[in-house]
Design a protein around this ligand. Structure first.
Ligand code: PMP
Length: 410
């Protein structure tokens, strides 16, 4: 079982040949914010605009029929990619955030009330925390948070206590975009189901990096974004069990999601179109399906192995420095393609700006996890995150940049 040929992979991504500043090679380590797209994805969207751009919903002319077929089949492609039963279970949204809002609003409004509870975690992304907190406020439901331990893992004993019969929904990140922690989603799904609660997995940082099978995970809902998995911006996915989506009221209303409209009311289109109001992200759907093809062609097992290898290398090299604090699980433990850290005496924003001079793109800030940073007792961190085209040599460039930053701030 051979690993990824990083040089060959790099050749698939045109953006990687550009330079930054005064002709400095780009070292792109901000993949947990957005990944780059291979030529095949860019070309699939180009081809759409060049040869069959038209609105979908089965217009009776050739371009519309072609666009409709490609767009609808993109749902089938994504269903296969994550082990869903079929297109009925795959709703295209704008991003993970909109997928989370869809569940919090469409499902939450009908099921939350005083006396019920939603269970989140201390490591949730704002895309989970804020929609649920807002919906709980409006419905009178309680919000509980599963705490993390000193290694950034969920405290499962506390989780078992917090998930009781009052709980209607458990919403957890599959992989933390700040700590890299891989959470035991199917264990949490069992806990939720034991109490007749549902579970929503935030897969934004999981689907790009590891094989994901929603049926095996036994989750009820699962959300992710195209732009983090070598696909385009402007498209995200919500997986939902067919029976659940069937029973839910729509999230947004308008054209495309109806079956029949009168001046007084309407009936809804079949799944998944019932949840896709208005003109959907057609080119992006085509691009996303192509991204799934690209990743499958690399092999998700190999993608995961590559991520593990490079993340572990970065983690070990960072952890061996006495001027660096790394957050999240210790080296050797499963970790999702990223390392967040702080460098003594250098604010993450300054570090990021010095690294930028060396062509290195990392993220500095709270990574949309402010409460988690509060738990860690820091205002911000730097985050290096990796993808299929990153090499250990690039990690070395990052580490040299840390030395430069230390010298400047000495
Ligand atoms: N959840 C997690 C775990 C994420 O990493 C991200 C993206 N950083 C999001 C949610 C939000 O994704 P988007 O901005 O595409 O909606």
């Amino acid at each position: 079982h051979q690993g990824l040929d990083v040089e060959a992979v790099r050749a698939d991504f045109p953006i990687l040949s550009r330079t930054v500043g005064e002709d400095t090679p780009l070292v792109y380590l901000d993949n947990a914010a957005t990944t780059q797209s291979p030529t095949s994805v860019i070309e699939a969207m180009n081809e759409y605009y060049r040869t069959y751009n038209a609105n979908v919903h089965r217009g009776i002319h050739q371009l519309s029929m072609e666009a409709s077929i490609e767009y609808e089949e993109a749902h089938d492609r994504i269903a296969r990619f994550i082990g869903a039963a079929g297109r009925e279970e795959i709703v295209f949204t704008k991003n993970t955030t909109e997928s989370m809002n869809l569940v919090a609003q469409a499902w939450g409004r009908e099921h939350l009330e005083p006396g019920t509870a939603v269970v989140l975690t201390e490591m949730d992304h704002h895309a989970s925390l804020v929609p649920w907190t807002q919906m709980a406020e409006r419905t009178g439901a309680e919000v509980r948070h599963i705490p993390i331990d000193d290694h950034g893992r969920l405290d499962l004993e506390r989780a078992a206590e917090l998930i009781d019969d009052d709980v209607e929904m458990v919403s957890v990140p599959h992989v933390s975009n700040t700590l890299g922690t891989v959470n035991p989603l199917s264990t949490l799904a069992d806990m939720a189901h034991e109490h007749d609660a549902l579970i929503l997995g935030d897969g934004a940082q999981a689907v790009p990096n590891r094989p994901v099978d929603v049926a095996a995970l036994d989750v009820d809902f699962y959300a992710f974004s195209g732009h983090k998995m070598a696909g385009p911006t402007g498209i995200g996915v919500l997986y939902g069990r067919e029976s659940l989506l069937e029973s839910m009221v729509p999230f947004q209303f308008g054209g495309g999601m109806i079956e029949r409209v009168t001046l007084d009311g309407a009936t809804w289109a079949e799944l998944p179109w019932k949840f896709e109001a208005g003109t959907p992200p057609i080119a992006e759907g085509v691009g996303l399906a192509e991204a799934a093809d690209y990743l499958d062609h690399l092999g998700m097992d190999r993608v995961q192995a590559h991520e593990e290898q490079i993340t572990q290398y970065a983690h070990e090299r960072l952890a061996e420095r006495d001027d660096v604090t790394v957050y999240g699980p210790p080296p050797g433990e499963d970790r999702g393609g990223l390392v967040s850290f702080t460098l003594d005496g250098v604010h993450p924003h300054d570090l990021s700006s010095i690294l930028n001079e060396a062509g290195v793109a990392v993220r500095a800030g709270d990574h949309c996890t402010q409460p988690l940073h509060d738990c860690l007792g820091i205002p911000a961190s730097a985050r290096a995150s990796f993808y299929v085209y990153n090499s250990t040599e690039e990690v070395d460039v990052l580490l040299e940049g840390l030395d430069t930053a230390r010298e400047i701030f000495a």
